[in-house]
Design a protein around this ligand. Structure first.
Ligand code: CDP
Ligand code: CDP
Length: 224
């Protein structure tokens, strides 16, 4: 799978990783990995099994055999469609709690690597460029102000008809950023060779275009 080129898109919550990564993958005909979904699914499994969110051994054991699959933008856990359920903000918070546990992160490595097939892969998360795909041909780190990100999330939830409160969103977002950035294993930070893009004043389409432009530049350099 070394012929499979990888583009990594890391960044904090609601920076636009998922939207941008998905559109870039579609444009290039590449596979797409939403690594955050794996942490969310693991958190949901733990909650369903009433396992405490700091029980590292039990959660790592569950993550190692996570019965998940992805199909046409839908996410399944043991054949149940949990697409909406895993996107809930409380599951995001739970995911960030189990994501600090080194053995849980280790348990999800092979599953993440298995998405590297075909012509190329676009992977989004927190440590795609730093830990999982260090040999990526293009590494992008998306950021945006906390206000811009909270209002994006608010809008997304409203569109889905899910009740949301701006104050709680900002609080969750700041708490999750702090936890993700301060953990010792695979903290949220740009890889030294990442292109950093602040999208506070950009549309998703502009961010997609910038990533495609960067890819066109590096693709010329790595072309054989
Ligand atoms: O994956 P991540 O949590 O980083 O973000 P997302 O789920 O892609 O959500 C970002 C939301 O902000 C989506 O509704 C996008 O349409 C919107 N948005 C964006 O992604 N990028 C911008 N530059 C502006 C808005
Ligand atoms: O879409 P959003 O950015 O809100 O969250 P996500 O990408 O689905 O990730 C949920 C949580 O999983 C994050 O807050 C991280 O704590 C964790 N995560 C991680 O540690 N490493 C990754 N590669 C992806 C997600």
């Amino acid at each position: 799978e070394k012929n499979c080129k990888v583009i990594t898109i890391d960044g904090p919550t609601a920076s636009g990783k998922g939207t941008v990564a998905h559109r870039v993958a579609k444009h290039l005909g590449f596979q797409y990995l939403d690594s955050g979904a794996l942490y969310r699914l693991t958190a949901l499994s733990a909650i369903n099994a009433q396992v405490a969110l700091d029980d590292e051994l039990s959660i790592a054991a569950m993550a190692r055999v996570l019965p998940c699959h992805f199909n046409h933008g839908h996410v399944y856990l043991a054949d149940k469609d949990v697409t909406d359920e895993v996107r809930a903000e409380q599951i995001g918070v739970a995911a960030s709690r189990i994501a600090v546990l080194p053995q849980v992160r280790q348990a999800l490595v092979d599953l993440q690597l298995s998405f590297r097939t075909g012509n190329g892969l676009v992977a989004d998360g927190r440590d795609m460029g730093t830990v999982i795909f260090p040999d990526a041909v293009l590494k992008v780190f998306l950021t945006a102000s906390a206000e811009a990100r909270a209002s994006r999330r608010y809008k997304q939830l409203k569109e889905k008809g899910i009740a949301a409160n701006m104050e709680d969103l900002v609080k969750d977002l700041i708490e999750r950023d702090a936890r993700d950035s301060s953990r010792t294993t695979a903290p949220l930070k740009p890889a030294p060779d990442a292109y950093v893009l602040d999208t506070s004043a950009m549309t998703a389409e502009q961010a997609v275009q910038q990533v495609l432009d960067w890819y066109a530049q590096v693709a010329t350099n790595v072309a054989d």
